[in-house]
Design a protein around this ligand. Structure first.
Ligand code: NAP
Length: 478
């Protein structure tokens, strides 16, 4: 499908509609918001037979994965509906007046939360449903009481339009202002930049590359009135495996890890990109088994020729780094829609720590084994990475100094620390934290997955000596 960039005038009109709907949507009841979120989930499911083939044509991700992703997206919309009904966006702190002199004495304070206003939401290419038009950012912003303007991803334009049309239909059928949901599209960065610069946009939710996120964050910060920029960016997701666990379960873990590295052709923000192993014969055997499993894997084509070119450039960067050797060499660079073959490289902790270019995400089916001489050196590798969505620790089950050192380094580095399994697969639930220190996200204190994602779009306001009618609203904006 050809993509026509929306003009500045079209973008302005879409934002104006959102701004016009903002007060109404902020003041909407739990029942109204929940009805919209459930209506969107139902519409998505009802259109499955149209949407999934469309998504498959544009993404190559396959019907099994895409059906599962649609299910997850509908589950997520319904989950936010349930949390709204439970009162999450209206949670407030009622702090009655205390007589007497300050600091002990104070006026009555009611701490409530105000929806930020229209949110610009940038879709990612690698989740055509779950991080796109009706994905987690849209669901959580709507639940919080904010209108959403989606910036569609040019990698799946037909799916984007079909999903947006469906959403607009639900908004209309429920008698809500049309501006509650809007879409802008275009393959030129100017479209997204104009959207972020618009004075009526109150916040940005972004999922995508480090480069794109950093550029748009700079735009958000350069506005006369800067706005929050919630960017979920790339991540290299280290897996640290201690020798004892590899000695006990090495072959099974190698198969599991190879599956995670090549899942959806490695195109997950949580794909394991660095495997940290201590010098030990069990680690050597594990690398052999991992190399064999990766050598047998045959991933499908990547999402776009541009992503394939980035993958080829990423593995070429590894190849050009002194001290990095191939265990499974990548195939020839792509010439279009052809699938890449997996790659596995090996280096030392000293080389990795001293080479910042090795800390960058290589998006696709490739991983770098980093050999460490000690637990301290393994922890130093995590510290050199600095920020990641996840760290996986295999073999930290006993409370000893080494486990503590690794857990400490992992918690300082990542938003989610796993002690079993692999990082691909992010549960949508209350306890989830999806977002880590820079460069994996721009706001490590927030999450873009799970019910707490709603909190990003709610700004606290203290109402001092509020009149009775305002107190009576129970935290709901007026
Ligand atoms: P992308 O190319 O950065 O695209 C994301 C959005 O940003 C698109 O709408 C794109 O629009 C826009 N964009 C990119 N560069 C821009 C710029 N300089 N100025 C203005 N707008 C810009 O990312 P992607 O290729 O879709 O996704 C792959 C990346 O996303 C990977 O790095 C992956 O790890 C990451 N990701 C992260 C998460 C997470 O939760 N942390 C989830 C999924 C994916 P245009 O295409 O029009 O430029």
């Amino acid at each position: 499908m050809n993509l026509t960039d929306h003009t500045s005038a079209q973008i302005d009109a879409t934002v104006a509609a959102a701004a016009a709907a903002a007060d109404t949507w902020a003041a909407s009841s739990a029942a109204t918001r929940a009805a919209l979120l459930r209506g969107l989930a139902e519409a998505l499911e009802a259109a499955r037979d149209t949407l999934v083939p469309l998504a498959d044509r544009e993404s190559h991700l396959g019907p099994a994965r895409l059906n599962g992703e649609l299910d997850r997206t509908a589950f997520q919309l319904r989950g936010f509906a349930t949390r709204v009904e439970a009162g999450d966006p209206f949670a407030h702190t009622d702090d009655p007046a205390v007589a007497g002199a300050p600091p002990a004495g104070h006026p009555a304070l009611l701490r409530v939360r105000q929806p930020l206003g229209p949110v610009a939401m940038f879709s990612a290419s690698n989740f055509p449903f779950a991080f796109s038009v009706l994905g987690g950012d849209t669901a959580s912003a709507l639940a919080a009481g904010c209108p959403v303007i989606v910036k569609g991803h040019p990698a799946h334009p037909a799916l984007t339009r079909a999903t947006a049309a469906l959403a607009a239909g639900v908004v209309q059928a429920q008698g809500l202002p049309a501006g509650v949901f809007g879409l802008v599209e275009g393959a030129a960065v100017a479209v997204g930049v104009h959207l972020v610069q618009h004075p009526a946009i109150a916040a940005v939710a972004f999922t995508g590359s480090f480069r794109g996120g950093a550029a748009l964050q700079a735009v958000a910060n350069a506005r006369p009135r800067p706005i929050p920029f919630f960017g979920e960016l790339g991540s290299i997701n280290p897996v640290v495996a201690r020798p004892a666990v590899l000695a006990a379960q090495g072959p099974a873990l190698a198969t599991t890890l190879a599956g995670s590295i090549t899942l959806s052709c490695g195109q997950f923000c949580t794909s394991p990109g660095v495997i940290v192993l201590l010098d030990d014969p069990a680690s050597d055997r594990f690398v052999d088994a991992l190399a064999a499993a990766l050598g047998d894997a045959r991933p499908h084509a990547m999402l776009t020729p541009g992503m394939r070119a980035n993958f080829d450039a990423g593995v070429a960067r590894w190849a050009a780094t002194p001290g990095v050797q191939w265990r499974v060499a990548p195939g020839a660079p792509g010439t279009g829609g052809d699938a890449p073959t997996p790659a596995l490289a090996v280096t030392t902790a000293a080389t990795f720590i001293a080479t910042p270019a090795l800390h960058d995400e290589v998006f696709g089916p490739a991983a770098l084994v980093v050999r460490a001489a000690s637990t301290d050196e393994a922890a130093a590798v995590l510290q050199a990475i600095g920020g990641s969505l996840t760290v996986t620790l295999w073999g930290a089950d006993t409370d000893d100094a080494d486990s503590r050192a690794l857990v400490r380094a992992a918690m300082q580095t990542a938003g989610r620390v796993l002690f079993s399994g692999v990082p691909t697969g992010v549960a949508v639930t209350a306890g989830q934290q999806h977002g880590g220190p820079w460069p994996s996200s721009t706001r490590a204190e927030t999450t873009s997955v799970g019910w707490a994602a709603m909190d990003r779009f709610l700004r606290p306001v203290a109402l001092q000596d509020a009149p009775a009618w305002l107190q009576g609203l129970g935290g709901q904006p007026c």
